[in-house]
Design a protein around this ligand. Structure first.
Ligand code: NDP
Ligand code: MG
Length: 379
């Protein structure tokens, strides 16, 4: 029985982790649950899973958590998430969005806990810190993102295996086929219609801008201990091939499956074993697989994030944190789609380099967000 601390239980990934747990109750036990604001759903989850610990970051929303099972201790407030990274867990599943995930990841590693990582922003912002600490503590970081799970499978779960290139696939997001001149008039509602995946709002917008794929390139660099010149991106509209690895002899190995995050979620919890996640299996009959190169004109945000990645240091963190603000503003209908790229560029150009320490990253998070807000408010 694997004991799971679930950080971000009310989100798209968090809810799917619980579906996997429900399908295999004999294999998993939820020992902690953590969310931000959604007190209603967290309350339901608490009464169903009876965790040892439950936490809500938003203190106001926490007033709506009323009845608790006798064995559940409830914490709330800014740092309450850290209580959810509890002693009794075998694995910490980090499924929150944004920079907030970094502290949970570092806390889990410091406690020697295996991390199942959906929160890519923690590697984008603090990849150097996270991977160094994980190595020091002998802790495994297991990929949950579908592309990274695919690569890990293509490598037979062996991250030391030599490869020539990692080939990440990208669906192209909601605006892959939209005429370029129409991009400026798209709304959040349009952007949320992802062609193949049903995900949280932020990542769906990040797919439309292709910020998500640039984040995944950074994530791949850290997870597979490689360099950017060994990572390629191909647009693959069908989202059937989740990623590929090429080898010295010219072989390319790919992982194919239905677009269902429950597969990489379950694998992160059970590998090297595989368990059933859905009776609905991939059928290839009548399907075609297309691969195209990435159009820089359509996805300017991809190039900006990659520029930050190549500069390294705190730059990717700055751009990621600015992106959180830009996406939120776009979702609220306050800015046009094209403004997202403007904010990323502005923040990248206005951040000064510094060492990658946790305290500096916390400072960069605040600074990048306030720079982004001021840029968006004055234009
Ligand atoms: P959602 O927005 O659906 O869910 C986010 C979860 O994190 C919610 O439970 C939310 O709580 C919680 N949360 C956010 N901020 C905090 C905080 N400060 N303290 C505590 N809890 C917090 O996101 P997704 O599930 O879509 O994505 C989660 C992560 O997984 C992201 O990093 C994303 O990039 C990555 N990912 C997602 C995929 C997907 O298919 N959805 C695929 C691959 C990666 P509340 O509900 O209360 O606001
Ligand atoms: Mg992905």
């Amino acid at each position: 029985m694997k004991k799971i601390a679930l950080i971000g239980s009310t989100g798209s990934i968090g809810r799917q982790v619980l579906q996997v747990v429900d399908k295999h109750p004999e294999s998993f036990k939820i020992v902690s649950l953590c969310a931000n604001k959604n007190a209603k759903l967290l309350s339901e989850q608490i009464s169903r899973y009876k965790p040892v610990i439950a936490t809500l970051t938003d203190s106001l929303a926490a007033q709506n958590i009323n009845s608790l099972p006798t064995k559940t201790t409830f914490y709330y407030g800014e740092n309450s998430m850290l209580h959810a990274v509890c002693e009794c867990a075998d694995i910490v599943f980090v499924a929150v969005t944004g920079f907030a995930g970094l502290k949970a990841v570092l806390s889990a590693i410091n406690q020697g806990k295996t991390v199942a990582l959906a929160n890519k922003e923690s590697l984008v912002c603090g990849g150097e810190l996270v991977t160094r600490l994980a190595k020091e503590k002998g802790v495994q970081i297991i990929p949950v993102d579908s592309e990274h799970s695919a690569i890990w499978q293509c490598l037979d779960f062996d991250r030391e295996k030599p490869f020539e290139k990692l080939i990440l696939t990208a669906s192209g997001g909601a605006f892959r086929d939209l005429p370029l001149e129409n991009l400026d008039s798209v709304t959040a509602e349009d952007a949320l219609k992802h062609p193949n995946w049903d995900m949280g709002k932020k990542i769906t917008i990040d797919c439309a801008t292709m910020v998500n794929k640039a984040f995944e390139v950074i994530e791949a660099k850290w997870l597979f201990n490689t360099t950017y010149d060994k990572i390629d991106v191909l647009v693959h509209p069908q989202s059937i091939v989740h990623s590929m690895v090429s080898f010295r002899d010219g072989s390319v190995i790919a992982q194919l499956a239905r677009a269902d995050m429950k597969l990489p979620i379950a694998l992160a919890l059970t590998y090297p074993e595989r368990v059933e996640v859905s009776s609905d299996k991939l059928s290839l009959v009548g399907k075609s697989l297309d691969f195209l190169s990435l159009d820089d004109n359509r996805y300017p945000c991809f190039s900006i994030v990659m520029e930050a990645a190549r500069r390294g240091g705190v730059y990717p963190c700055a751009v990621s944190c600015a992106n959180e603000v830009a996406v939120e503003y776009f979702l609220q209908g306050k800015i046009k789609f094209s403004k997202i790229q403007d904010v990323l560029r502005y923040v990248l150009d206005n951040i000064t380099p510094m060492d990658v320490t946790y305290d500096n990253l916390v400072g960069v998070d605040k600074l990048a967000k306030s720079l982004a807000i001021s840029r968006l408010s004055h234009n």
